[in-house]
Design a protein around this ligand. Structure first.
Ligand code: WT7
Length: 628
């Protein structure tokens, strides 16, 4: 366990002499050219930009692989656990290194070079990590698209970053059900003529069409290349990956992270928060399609030389004891999951947990959404037998890795609070007008200074990056989250204050769901808000106005659900879909979402003043026909 004065010393040093502190931390990585510069970021319009370690040079895969070979080449790097219990394999650092080099050579042979964008649409299998690391080996920029996204969503992401290579699999299995990855990919590629190469992993053995001249099998291609591949040395600020995430407006944005700062932030936070030692086995249950999978399944653990689990299943298959059965069998010591999974398992009863031995657990983490104290206490008492500290980590796709979280052994926890900022993280709470709020208070969460893992731009739209995050409160990064700070200086994230909802820890832009709904020929207008949901945290509540004369029906409701699944993916399927003859609008035509939120939350008595509405009677109809 870390010592309290180590952490205090880190805070002190970064406050007093940030330049020295950051260059000191940079020693955690192996650099080809050690940086002399640290933070050169500015949040001001005149000289806006995020820049860290700008004269440093390194290769990410070297930091995750090569540098461990001497001391722990034969140690396990990845423990793969498939959808069926016990279906899996392990890869040592040496084996992983070889696979990465081979696959890097496969991509090179296909003409992929530094800066090219490569899209990865895969199950949670070791090849996904190999593909990501192989991109970093040759300086290609990966864009991982979650396997649960629809062909349309995949196509949108391929087109946005002008990717010409797609890596996928014949198919996947989740919870015993097939995931038609190749079929989805083929469909997506109908609108992506620039994709010239598809590399296919044989995962299920399903019979899939192979397009001559475009598709090649991974297992065949890896045989014909060398097992060695010299790393491409990258500038610290060279792009590393793009990951699409939803915002409050428009289509998903490509969050761009760069090499040096991102990797340092993953490496540092993984060590501080989980401190995995050689005997530890770390299991983060996230999919690599989300940032948690990037930072804490792949990069953070491997950069630290730890053993990491890749799990291609779901928490309740074959039964709700899966996490604990698998943890016992594999020997997991540090376990990191999402509140939504904890709530779902809590509902199934304690016996699913208690019948498995969990004495090897040392630390338990959570991420993705606020954790209610009830779920926190259950996780602590039942899963951790009251022994293990709970590390609740607050962060975002944009932040690269954790920013507010308790360093175990040092920062005391409180159920439901992500506790305190890590060294070099400076939160600030402001009111709606931007006035800084001090002491115990509640407001909008901003960060006043950059940290190495901060995103650098929205791919292809730097202005959108600035507008989205730095103009609401000029000179600050606005997170989009509301937050309370208590009298002990602890932070309690209360959830999004913008038009983003968090469904089972997955981010959805309400605007995105609305635009998918109105793309249906029978829909005139739609408004989407979040609703409280016992398991998912938030659910999707959609208000839909049909074209004049179009009758509503249960079939149409079903059709609209399917339409959303097709346009975005299963995660966009609404929990409630209410047909509304009209939506509440101001006289200038603006939809009053505040009112819709209250209706969806089941507290219509709190809708407040409706006198500014063009037609206040609209609200009565919505309340009367509310779905519960
Ligand atoms: C949003 C970011 C962090 C990686 C996974 C999600 C919410 C995340 C917590 C937490 C309360 C949390 C915030 C944030 N969030 N972690 N520990 N406590 N809220 O990344 O999809 O970019 O979503 O998730 O609202 O803004 P993401």
């Amino acid at each position: 366990m870390r010592m309290a004065n180590d952490l205090a010393q880190m805070h002190h040093q970064v406050d007093q002499d940030p330049h020295a502190y950051w260059l000191d931390q940079a020693k955690r990585l192996d650099w080809e050219q050690f940086p002399t510069k640290s933070n050169e970021s500015s949040y001001e319009q005149e000289d806006f930009g995020i820049k860290w370690f700008a004269d440093g040079a390194l290769n990410l895969s070297v930091n995750c692989l090569d540098r461990h070979l001497e001391a722990r080449g034969d140690q396990t790097a990845i423990v793969f656990e498939g959808d069926e219990p016990g279906e899996g394999r392990t890869l040592t650092y040496r084996e992983l290194h070889e696979e990465v080099c081979r696959f890097a050579n496969v991509m090179k042979a296909q003409g992929v070079t530094k800066g090219d964008r490569v899209t990865i649409y895969m199950p949670m299998i070791p090849e996904a990590a190999v593909a990501m690391l192989a991109c970093t080996r040759i300086g290609a920029v990966h864009s991982v698209v979650f396997g649960g996204f629809s062909p349309d969503s995949l196509a949108g992401r391929i087109l946005d970053c002008e990717s010409t290579v797609l890596i996928t699999a014949d198919g996947g299995r989740r919870g015993g059900k097939p995931v038609p990855l190749k079929a989805n990919a083929d469909k997506a590629l109908e609108s992506c003529p620039d994709v010239k190469t598809v590399i296919l992993v044989r995962r299920t053995g399903d019979d899939v069409p192979v397009v001559e001249g475009r598709d090649l099998w991974w297992h065949e291609a890896r045989e014909s290349v060398s097992a060695e591949c010299a790393p491409q040395i990258m500038n610290a600020e060279d792009p590393l990956f793009i990951l699409y995430t939803s915002g409050s407006t428009g289509k998903p944005k490509g969050v761009l992270h760069t090499t040096g700062g991102y990797l340092l932030w993953c490496t540092l936070t993984f060590d501080l928060l989980f401190g995995a030692k050689v005997d530890d086995l770390f299991w983060c249950t996230a999919d690599v399609g989300w940032v948690t999978g990037h930072s804490y399944v792949v990069y953070g653990p491997l950069a630290n030389g730890a053993k990491t689990v890749m799990f291609d299943g779901v928490p309740n298959y074959p039964d709700p004891g899966r996490f604990w059965e698998t943890s016992t069998r594999l020997g997991v010591t540090i376990f990191y999951t999402a509140p939504t999974a904890i709530r779902a398992l809590m509902r199934e009863g304690e016996e699913w947990v208690s019948k498995h031995d969990r004495s090897q657990f040392r630390l338990l983490g959570t991420v993705g959404e606020p954790i209610n104290p009830e779920a926190w206490n259950w996780y602590h008492r039942v899963v951790g037998d009251g022994r293990c500290e709970i590390v609740d980590t607050w962060w975002q796709t944009e932040t690269g890795a954790a920013l507010i979280a308790p360093v175990p052994g040092v920062v005391e926890t409180k159920p439901g609070s992500a506790t305190k900022p890590l060294p070099g993280v400076y939160p600030q709470l402001v009111d709606a007008e931007g006035a800084v709020l001090d002491g115990a208070t509640e407001g909008n969460l901003c960060l006043t200074q950059s940290w190495p893992g901060q995103m650098r731009t929205v791919y292809g739209d730097h202005d959108r990056f600035f507008q989205t995050y730095f103009t609401t409160y000029p000179g600050k990064y606005f997170t989009g989250d509301g937050c309370r700070r208590d009298e002990d200086g602890y932070y309690w994230i209360t959830g999004r204050v913008d038009d983003v909802i968090n469904v089972s820890g997955h981010r959805m832009g309400t605007a995105e769901v609305e635009s998918a709904l109105v793309s249906h020929p029978k829909v005139a207008e739609a408004a989407v808000v979040g609703m409280p949901h016992d398991i998912k945290g938030q659910g999707i509540y959609a208000f839909v106005t049909l074209n004049a004369g179009e009758p509503d029906s249960e079939e149409l409701r079903q059709e609209l659900r399917l339409h959303l699944r097709k346009e975005i993916g299963p995660i966009a399927s609404p929990d409630a879909l209410q047909f509304a003859p009209a939506l509440p609008k101001t006289r200038s035509g603006k939809i009053m979402r505040r009112i819709l939120r209250k209706i969806a939350e089941g507290t219509p008595e709190q809708v407040g003043d409706t006198s500014t509405l063009a037609d206040p009677a609209v609200v009565d109809d919505l309340v009367a026909n509310r779905l519960s």
